[in-house]
Design a protein around this ligand. Structure first.
Ligand SMILES: *Cc1c(COP(=O)(O)O)cnc(C)c1O
Length: 371
């Protein structure tokens, strides 16, 4: 294999158990499996989470739910995004729980469910300050909004199992997050006054799971922390034992080449060797999801030593300076990402670990390790 991603399922298990231990007894656990389980491979991760005892999984779209079902996942799956009307039958066929954020969509879902003679579970989405999806909760118009949601919940063929919201700044502002929580709880109370009570109210993604137990409610919805990363540096260690990064990306060195001082390296000649050098050609590039913005900035670990990326990252390869590391040969392994390297790459690339995990492309085979 030229380049591969090692997925350590015992690290996933460690993270799952660590997070579980932070929850009150009875609090449900939904594991995020969207975007190919943050790049880790949804089928294997989904099944592993089911085996570990997760209560529910979530995906972004119906095709992701379909993949999980076809891989044998049988626990409930929540679809967090809109599903096009043409795919409503798939929701029913695969028994996917659908997020609903407006009454009109609810009516169309209700019709589809009745036509199929089945019940469709829904979770109502409330927008309390993220300004993405959901019934917009304006306290001034709270009663009206609650009335609309109540009408949705009473539609035939639908089973309103849950209500949820999403925090915009749970790793930033406590004040804003608590204001969102308050709106959510107000909405829940307004619906209870109308005889609607949801078995599962949920709002906490990773950052809130770690630092705000009051947001855990009936279920938590962590993603990033399951995969061993922290949404913000200040949150590191709040879990106690520390999370274990699940993914490592490795690459097999294609060639090691001795090049004289003054040689230009890679496209655009952005690097020029300042001494006689040994360069390892590593078969990973932006076509594998290794960002081009890491050109001349990032390092890889070879024989345990940090070796700088020299010149531009190409689509399928990049060059790494191994002059100071004795004995590097073609066929040796370069560690492209482990936990700390991925976090460093994210900082250097001006992004977050989430994006680099998702970016690891389908060309990179996922190799699963256990124990
Ligand atoms: C992605 C997502 C999550 C998980 O977020 P993390 O920060 O990865 O824990 C939870 N809820 C919703 C609605 C999401 O879209």
């Amino acid at each position: 294999m030229r380049t591969w991603a090692e997925i350590d399922l015992s690290a996933l298990e460690h993270n799952y158990r660590t997070l579980r231990a932070m929850l009150a007894p009875g609090c449900r656990f939904l594991g995020l499996c969207k975007a190919n389980a943050y790049g880790h491979g949804a089928a294997v991760i989904g099944k592993k989470l089911e085996e570990l005892g997760a209560d529910m999984l979530a995906v972004a779209c119906i095709s992701e739910a379909e993949e999980l079902r076809r891989s044998g996942v049988s626990i409930p799956i929540l679809c967090l995004g809109e599903t096009p009307e043409a795919c409503f039958p798939l929701l029913l066929e695969y028994q996917v729980t659908q997020m609903v954020e407006d009454l009109e969509t609810g009516r169309r879902l209700s019709q589809a469910a009745q036509k199929a003679g089945k019940a469709l579970k829904i979770h109502v989405k409330l927008d309390t300050g993220m300004s993405r999806l959901g019934f917009f909760w304006d306290p001034e118009r709270g009663e009206e909004t609650a009335e609309e949601i109540a009408r949705l919940c009473r539609l035939p063929g639908l089973e309103a199992e849950g209500m949820f919201t999403h925090f915009a700044d749970a790793d930033g502002s406590e004040e804003y997050t608590m204001a969102q929580l308050t709106k959510f709880l107000d909405a829940r109370a307004a619906l209870e006054r109308r005889g609607i009570s949801f078995p599962i109210c949920h709002c906490a993604s990773s950052a809130a799971v770690l630092q705000y137990p009051c947001t855990h409610l009936d279920m938590v919805r962590p993603g990033l922390v399951l995969y061993g990363y922290y949404p913000a540096e200040e949150l590191r260690g709040l879990d106690g034992p520390g999370l274990a990064p699940v993914m490592a990306v490795k690459s097999r060195i294609s060639a090691v080449r001795a090049l004289p001082k003054g040689t230009c390296v890679s496209y655009g000649r952005t690097a020029r060797l300042e001494r006689d050098s040994l360069l390892a050609v590593v078969p990973i590039g932006y076509g594998d999801g290794y960002p081009r913005s890491l050109s001349n900035r990032m390092v890889m670990k070879i024989h345990g030593a940090e070796c700088p990326v020299v010149g531009r990252v190409c689509m399928d390869m990049c060059m790494v300076d191994v002059t100071d590391v004795p004995g590097v040969q073609a066929g040796d392994t370069a560690v492209v990402y482990d936990g700390p390297l991925l976090e460093r790459a994210a900082r250097l690339a001006g992004t977050i670990p989430y994006e680099l995990l998702c970016a690891v492309s389908p060309r990179v085979p996922r190799v699963y390790l256990e124990g």
